[in-house]
Design a protein. Structure first.
Lengths: 113, 116
């Protein structure tokens, strides 16, 4: 079946540290991949996406590259800020026809000043 | 645009009571999704609609849960009777279809339900 696996959190970093949150997936066909972010007390917001192999999604200093050979979509940021503290969700969409998303468990990031 | 609107933001009820959660999707969006988020199970898709028609309700936990979408601007998720294990944050999301493909899902702020 289709599934998403994220590294377990929480991830605790100091401000300006480098961030990597691992995400791997299992899917039939050619899924689209997403990273969503959830700030405390809010709903999820789309952070970035990639729709085909080797695409790189980027937004607000975050990047992720769609790696079909390793079935991965790791999230990276070169220098995190306290305001990046949130829960990050990796997700896949198998069919663009339905829009149904399958989410990973989420990874909590805490950035300390 | 106002974004996806959910009400109430918080609901506290007693076991056995009926609970109704409400959602107003973004105007013009064709798809509406209901999710449940818990610490134990993460984010689960309960049901989704396309043009007000339920397409996939395989995630609805049991018969106590029901969802309706009487028109393009309103949906409800009802739990009757409610149980303590239903305590969770319930999210509504909407998206549209453009050029034959579904677009980004936009989430509402969620309803935090506590069943005592």
């Amino acid at each position: 079946g289709n599934s998403v696996t994220q590294m377990e959190g929480p991830v605790t970093l100091s401000e300006e540290a480098f961030l990597t949150i691992n995400c791997t997936y299992t899917a039939t066909g050619y899924p689209s991949l997403f990273w969503y972010v959830q700030y405390p007390g809010e709903g999820l917001q789309l952070l970035l996406k990639a729709t085909k192999a080797d695409d790189k999604g980027s937004n607000k200093g975050f990047e992720a590259t769609y790696r079909k050979e390793t079935t991965s979509f790791h999230l990276e940021k070169g220098s995190v800020q306290v305001s990046d503290s949130a829960v990050y969700f990796c997700a896949l969409r198998v069919s663009s026809n339905t829009g149904k998303l399958i989410f990973g468990q989420g990874t909590t990031l805490q950035v300390k000043p | 645009d106002a974004g996806v609107i959910q009400s109430p933001r918080h609901e506290v009820t007693e076991m056995g009571q009926e609970v109704t959660l409400r959602c107003k999707p973004i105007s013009g969006h064709d798809y509406l999704f209901w999710y449940r988020q818990t610490m134990m199970r993460g984010l689960e898709l309960l049901i989704y609609f396309n043009n007000n028609v339920p397409i996939d309700d395989s995630g609805m936990p049991e018969d106590r849960f029901s969802a309706k979408m009487p028109n393009a601007s309103f949906s409800t998720l009802k739990i009757q009777p409610s149980e303590p294990r239903d305590s969770a944050v319930y999210f509504c999301a909407s998206s549209r279809k453009t050029s034959g493909k579904t677009d980004t899902q936009y989430f509402g702020p969620g309803t935090r339900l506590t069943v005592l």
